[in-house]
Design a binder for this molecule. Structure first.
Ligand SMILES: *[C@@H]1O[C@H](CO)[C@@H](O)[C@H](O)[C@H]1NC(C)=O
Ligand SMILES: *[C@@H]1O[C@H](CO)[C@@H](O)[C@H](O)[C@H]1NC(C)=O
Ligand SMILES: *[C@@H]1O[C@H](CO)[C@@H](O)[C@H](O)[C@H]1NC(C)=O
Length: 319
């Protein structure tokens, strides 16, 4: 059953890559030999086990470094032409890019003056009833879900796969999703779309998706250097974790647990949970644009809106 917001359209997306890159089969569940504990056994994926700058990490608010030179993040406030596909590991939104419908770009923040082109949105979540489906954790705490907007450096590279192997190649925004009384409107559209891609390799067109509407209303973020959180785990990602969650209802969250790793002919194996385990930060610097928040400010902030901060900081000032 398709919701009213989803149409099949004649125009094919100009999806430049991802499909052509050959990979070994892989899963999250290490009960299987393809599971995350074994990704690194393939020499092409050695970074997954040997890399020291891997992701995701637990972000320790007491170790954030305030960097006053960090600019706000800019994302084009446009709608894009996209499709959701069930890769067997996750639901992934692939964003098209053509002269008529260019994708949204990401600039600013810690990205120097490079322009990054948003290529896809990876969606990670847990089992219904559990709230640990996010990849990143804040102060030891996980969230039910995490949306990752992945963009590649279009000033330096031709496409996502080339960029993901190269210096300053990828920028990723992590949006944490918390339970709440209402689902973010754009996330609701993704939730409806997900019902059409229950099985592996199924896909559905998503016309006029607005990636920027998936972001919370905050300019505050933390940023660190890490990796793609799936094989081949290349350490070319500038992560940007936003300091406020968006929301999903328990009922809408439960819909995601219908997704299967397999095709309809095979035994159903749920995709959830599909997050990589936390990896060691290995003394990485995590910078933030959040200026010091005093104890007083914390308690005077407006609680009538559902906007609590993910981080409260006791940061050190960068001098
Ligand atoms: C990506 O760009 C590189 C360099 O131009 C090219 O060799 C490669 O074929 C491209 N890959 C895809 C999947 O288009
Ligand atoms: C994003 O940047 C590319 C150049 O890399 C440009 O062609 C495209 O029009 C930009 N998109 C928007 C929405 O401005
Ligand atoms: C997620 O949390 C549940 C408890 O709510 C726990 O039983 C489960 O082991 C956790 N999963 C992982 C992979 O940490």
């Amino acid at each position: 059953m398709l919701g009213p917001l989803i149409f099949l359209v004649a125009e094919r997306l100009s999806l430049v890559d991802a499909r052509s890159d050959w990979t070994y089969p892989w899963k999250y569940d290490s009960m299987f030999f393809e599971g995350q504990d074994y990704w690194g056994v393939h020499s092409e994926w050695a970074m997954c086990s040997r890399g020291k700058l891997q992701s995701p990490i637990d972000i320790n608010p007491s170790l954030l470094l305030h960097d006053p030179s960090l600019k706000p993040i800019n994302i084009d406030r446009i709608s894009v032409h996209s499709e959701m596909v069930n890769t067997g590991q996750m639901p992934r939104v692939r964003i098209g890019n053509s002269a008529r419908r260019p994708t949204a770009n990401l600039t600013g923040g810690p990205l120097n003056t490079y322009r990054y082109r948003i290529q896809r949105i990876d969606i990670h979540f847990g089992v219904t009833g559990q709230s640990n489906g996010s990849e990143h954790a804040i102060d030891g705490r996980k969230f039910p879900m995490e949306l990752q907007l992945l963009a590649f450096n279009a000033d330096l590279y031709a496409n996502f796969s080339q960029a993901s192997r190269s210096t300053h190649g990828i920028a990723a925004i992590a949006v944490l999703v918390e339970f709440g009384p209402e689902t973010n409107a754009e996330l609701l559209r993704l939730t409806v779309a997900a019902l059409s891609v229950q099985f592996k390799n199924q896909r559905v067109d998503l016309v006029d998706l607005s990636p920027w509407k998936l972001l919370p209303r905050t300019r505050d973020y933390v940023t660190y250097e890490g990796s793609i959180t799936a094989p081949p785990c290349d350490e070319t990602v500038q992560w940007i974790v936003l300091n406020q969650p968006i929301h999903i209802t328990h009922n809408d969250y439960a819909e995601w647990s219908r997704l299967s790793q397999n095709s309809p002919k095979e035994d159903a194996m749920p995709i959830a949970p599909n997050f990589r385990s936390l990896v060691a930060p290995n003394h990485r610097t995590v910078r933030t644009n959040i200026a010091h928040i005093s104890e007083e400010d914390k308690f005077t902030c407006d609680t009538s809106r559902i906007t609590y901060k993910v981080f409260t900081t006791h940061n050190q000032k960068l001098t």
